[in-house]
Structures are given as structure tokens and as C-alpha cells.
Design a protein around this ligand. Structure first.
Ligand code: 5CA
Ligand code: ZN
Length: 419
């Protein structure tokens, strides 16, 4: 799929140090990409009701990681997907009488505009679920052939009925290491988040769907000896990551709502496909809420980035409002949060408008140090606030001619905020 245009990233003096992030599978802070290359897969949108502030916060968080890695001088390979065929998308299309392809295309286009406005660095590899069907078919066939996947049910004499394919979680000794939940918790979340623990004929209630045979009224593709059908959700991300950035890769990212079952399953599928190689670490963003509940398409309690933009809100103020929260915490979107983002943007813009200002080196170093320490954006904002306050007060003992330019480039390159 086409991505959005890449923002210009200004050059900064010097280089950032190693970036540490919290691997949610162990709880440890880790240098997730110790070598010269860094590989990242972030789960993309399911394109209906995109892009709300929760999506935006998640993509801005991983954008900070990409920018910090680039500042370290790494070669970054970043892949993402669009879940452009899946149950909730088909249900929404059915409920609103819109063709599912049209719904997906419209919402994906809106998302690309939102990401462009927010200055998010696009993935190098951007693949839709529909585009990935032939690769998923090949992967599922390989899993059936190797005995790590199996068929449940069979078509009747008229070729009707379900012959769906499931992964056998017991084939993966590392299954469970992403979320580290006990079995009851896994079963409960699996049922809540798109799984089908009660489906008769499965070896384990937790076994996830890989290939869903064609049902009347649903889109389907030729799966060769799998029969006509469509891919399961988790295998899509495993295959797109494998084909996009290779296995194993450094960081599997997404919101904390994807930790189980989605990331548990997709990294397990990756391991089954490639001799035990999945994601080396997992990074999860907190949930953005509205009026006390997780902002979600299914609940409908949404603040859309496109709505804010249409109302004349500067996307950079939205970005600053997001960055005022550490990515790993849950937080609430409120009018005050946006107000603070707008005020900060105005203040920062005013502070860099002159020719000279307080020295910028220590601020650049502090922003780098904050980001290297688990992408601590609120700490980075405080460092820039302190410089802006001093600049606006005009109380620097020595005025440095190029300092406002260095600050503007720092904020642009590392925080993605264009002043
Ligand atoms: N297409 C799948 C992933 S393969 C999906 O979860 N799509 S989504 O549109 O529901 O979400 C897109 C991304 O935004 C995911 O990483 C998800 O974890 C994240 N996300 C969804 N809601 C929120 C929220 N309220 N706060 C923060 N992140 C969120
Ligand atoms: Zn995914």
C-alpha cells in the first residue's frame, strides 16, 4: 500500500546515546536494538472510524522510537499493516450499508492524512491484509504441512460449512511468554478480544484461527487446498512482519490492548514459521481514555484527529498534547489536555522567533537523555519549557546567536514538532 509522505528530519549536532525501552514481556528496560540496524513492526489500524486520539498516541510513541534510533545513527527498518479485512470492519460495513472495500479505503486515506499532519515518520513497508493473502495462504499451508496447524470441521456434500484452520499453541514451547498470564486470564481475554474459545473441535480452546473458510455474504479468496476463505488476524501481522523486516526483529509494538491475544499469537506464529524466531522485545502503549473509558471504535467514544483538524486545531498542538504523557501510562483526553498543548506550542514558537537565546547544548542533551530513558517525552518537554521560559524572559547571561535554530531543530528532529 502507499504510505504517507516522510517528514523532513533536520540534522542535529552530535548523536544520541543508546535508547532503552521497557520490554513488557519481561518488565525490564532493554536496549532493544543493540546493533547498527533496528527493526520495528507496529500494528496498524483496522480502517473504520480512524484515527482517534488513542491511535494517534500509539503511532506518535513509536515515532519517537524511530526518531531516537535515527538520531543514534541506526539504519531503521519499520513495517506496519492495515487490517483491511476483518470481522469488525465487515460488521460496520454491513451495519452502515457501505461496501467494506470503500469503508476501508476511505478510512485508510483519512489515517494517512492524519499521520502526515502529525509528522509521523512513515513505515518503510506498509502492507494491507488483503494484499498479504497469498503470503498468508502459503504460510498457513506450511504450518498445516509441518503439523503446527490443523483443520477443524469439514464442508458438507454441497461444499458448504466450515473447514477452518487453527494454530496449535502447544507446538510452540515459548507460547505465553509475551503476556505471562495465567490460563484463566488468557481464556477470558481470548474470548473478549476476537477469539473463539468455545469452538468445538479445537485441540485447545486457546488455539487461534489462521484461515476462516468462506461464509455466505463474506469476502473470500482462493486458498488453494485450504479452500476459499480469509485470513485470521494474528497470522496477518506475523507474515507481514516476516516478509517486511525479516525474523527475528527487534520490537513488536502496539497498544496494551494487543498484548494478549494478538501479540502473544502473532509472535508465536512467527516462531512456528521460522524456527523459533519471533519478536525480540515487545513495547506497549497505554490506553487513551475519554470520559473514563478506553477510547474505542466499538464504544464510539471517540475524538478524531481529522475532526480536530477540521475545527482548525494545529496538529502540532495535538502532538504536544500527546507528548505530555508518558507513552506507557493510561491517560484521559480532555479539553484541558488540548488547551495545554496549544499554549505550549504558542509559547515555544514565540521563544524561537528571535535571533539569539540562551545556550541550547544542555537542552539538546537533556532531550536526548530523556528519550533514551524509555522515551520519556514529558521530561523532554520540561527541558524545552525551561529553555523557552529563559528565552522569553530574556535573562540569559550570554546570548547565543544560533540557539533558537538549534532548539527548533531539536524539537523537530526528536519530538516531531514543527515550530
Ligand atoms: N489492526 C489492529 C492491529 S493489527 C488494530 O488493533 N487496529 S486498531 O485500529 O484497533 O488499533 C490501531 C492501534 O491503535 C493499535 O496499536 C491499538 O493498540 C492502538 N489503540 C487502539 N485504541 C487505543 C487507545 N484508546 N489508546 C491507545 N492506543 C490505542
Ligand atoms: Zn497486528
Amino acid at each position: 500500500m502507499l504510505t504517507w509522505p516522510a517528514p523532513q528530519i533536520p540534522q542535529l549536532p552530535g548523536q544520541g546515546g543508546p535508547v532503552r525501552v521497557r520490554d513488557t514481556s519481561t518488565g525490564e528496560l532493554v536496549v532493544a536494538a543493540p546493533g547498527p540496524d533496528a527493526t520495528l513492526y507496529v500494528c496498524g489500524i483496522t480502517p473504520y472510524d480512524a484515527t482517534h486520539l488513542g491511535h494517534a498516541a500509539t503511532y506518535v510513541a513509536f515515532d519517537l522510537l524511530v526518531r531516537a534510533w535515527l538520531d543514534e545513527g541506526k539504519r531503521v527498518r519499520y513495517a506496519s499493516n492495515v487490517t483491511d479485512v476483518d470481522d469488525p470492519l465487515l460488521e460496520r460495513a454491513e451495519a452502515t450499508g457501505v461496501d467494506w472495500r470503500e469503508l476501508a479505503a476511505d478510512q485508510t486515506a483519512l489515517y494517512l492524512e492524519d499521520m502526515t499532519a502529525l509528522g509521523v515518520v512513515p513505515p518503510d513497508v506498509y502492507t494491507g491484509a488483503v494484499e498479504s493473502v497469498p503470503d498468508v495462504v502459503a504460510a498457513v499451508r506450511a504450518m498445516v504441512a509441518s503439523g503446527t496447524a490443523y483443520v477443524v470441521g469439514a464442508p458438507d456434500a454441497h461444499g458448504q460449512g466450515a473447514a477452518d484452520v487453527y494454530a496449535d499453541v502447544s507446538a510452540d514451547p515459548a507460547f505465553g511468554e509475551v503476556a505471562r498470564l495465567d490460563r484463566d486470564a488468557m481464556l477470558a481475554l481470548f474470548g473478549e478480544r476476537g477469539g473463539d474459545p468455545a469452538r468445538p473441535g479445537k485441540r485447545d480452546p486457546l488455539d487461534p484461527l489462521l484461515w476462516r473458510s468462506a461464509r455466505p455474504g463474506e469476502p473470500s479468496w482462493d486458498g488453494g487446498d485450504l479452500g476459499h476463505g480469509r485470513p485470521g488476524w494474528h497470522i496477518e501481522c506475523a507474515v507481514i512482519a516476516r516478509d517486511g523486516i525479516g525474523l527475528p526483529f527487534d520490537v513488536q509494538g502496539g497498544g496494551s490492548d494487543l498484548r494478549f491475544p494478538h501479540h502473544e499469537m502473532s509472535t508465536s506464529h512467527a516462531r512456528l514459521l521460522d524456527a523459533g524466531h519471533g519478536a525480540r522485545s515487545h513495547v506497549h502503549t497505554g490506553m487513551v481514555g475519554l470520559h473514563g473509558e478506553k477510547m474505542s471504535k466499538s464504544l464510539g467514544n471517540l475524538v478524531l484527529v481529522s475532526r480536530l483538524r477540521a475545527d482548525g486545531v494545529d496538529a502540532m498542538a495535538v502532538r504536544l498534547a500527546i507528548l505530555d504523557h508518558h507513552y506507557a501510562t493510561d491517560w484521559e483526553w480532555t479539553d484541558d489536555v488540548l488547551r495545554a498543548g496549544r499554549a505550549r506550542l504558542e509559547r515555544w514558537r514565540a521563544s524561537v522567533s528571535g535571533n539569539g537565546g540562551p545556550a541550547a547544548d544542555a537542552t539538546l542533551a537533556e532531550v536526548r537523555a530523556a528519550l533514551a530513558d524509555d522515551l520519556d517525552a514529558p521530561r523532554a518537554l520540561r527541558a524545552v519549557d525551561a529553555w523557552a521560559d529563559a528565552s522569553l524572559a530574556g535573562d540569559a547571561t550570554e546570548v547565543h546567536e544560533g540557539a533558537p535554530g538549534v532548539i527548533a531543530r531539536t524539537v523537530n528532529a526528536l519530538l516531531g514538532v514543527r515550530l
